[in-house]
Design a protein around this ligand. Sequence first.
Ligand code: SF4
Ligand code: SF4
Length: 305
Amino acid sequence: MAMTRAVKKGLRLAIASGKGGTGKTTVTAALASIWSQALCRPVVAVDCDVEEPNLHLFLRPVIRRAETAKLEVPMVAEAALCADCAACRELCQFGAVTVMAGKPLVFPEMCHGCGGCLAVCPTGVLVAGSRELGRIEEGATETASYLAGRLRIGEAQSPPLIRAVLARLNKVAEPGADVLIDAPPGVSCPAVTTVSGADAVLLVAEPTPFGIHDFELAVEAFTPLHKPMAVVINRSGPGTPELLALCRGHNLPVLAEIASDRTVAETYARGGLLHEAGAHYRAVCFALARSLAELPQTAREAAHA
Ligand code: SF4
Ligand code: SF4
């Protein structure tokens, strides 16, 4: 009888930060470049920083497929049929649909695509239309599969496109592949939407006064999501002891410290990645990848200790 072996589910890791410029994308790119070699597992690098995607600048993927992502929004089919019941207006929390002089009026740019008004409209006046959110690109580098969202210029809402990227990920990731997601910076809806779709979170923090302040905001924002979290300190310097103390206070393991090092800066300036800055940094990246792969298990054991 043929035996089928269950494929172990891969890790889905969000790499996030409380603010932009901490080195979140450079850490993601370095990990994506060495992950399959360090762990002998396929990996997908995903850019969910859809307002300013730049992971491709570091990874230089070959793009094989691009498609337009759309959000289902209501449109008015035949205004004269409106029963003026106001059910659509009362339901919509975003003021994206109203009724004036017995005629429905839709503001598609304000719509979040929940579909509620379409469901409650008793006459079928409202029907499904669409609004373009942006593009989803698929491709590959020599070491990783690649997926990214790119928000349409003028589009105000990035969470719907982030959700579309994560939904696409479920279709493109090969079974058992790990996923490294470059999250949007900050702690507002786009970052929380991205982190919510992950199994674990790596916070990249910078030991400067602003960096420490925003790191605390990130810990506050992501802790309620109950994901295993760990920290990489980037550009380690005089503020590192304070950051380490904060991590201890929050029980957050610090998996790597990257020095504020001229060699690293010169490597970045040449378009290189962290693991290409010398044997020490290559070892740091490999050790970090192995620690991250164990993070959910380590967090479970710590919770039961
Ligand atoms: S789909 Fe939802 S968010 Fe959009 S207009 Fe209708 S009720 Fe409002
Ligand atoms: S729910 Fe439909 S019928 Fe009622 S006011 Fe809105 S568009 Fe008109």
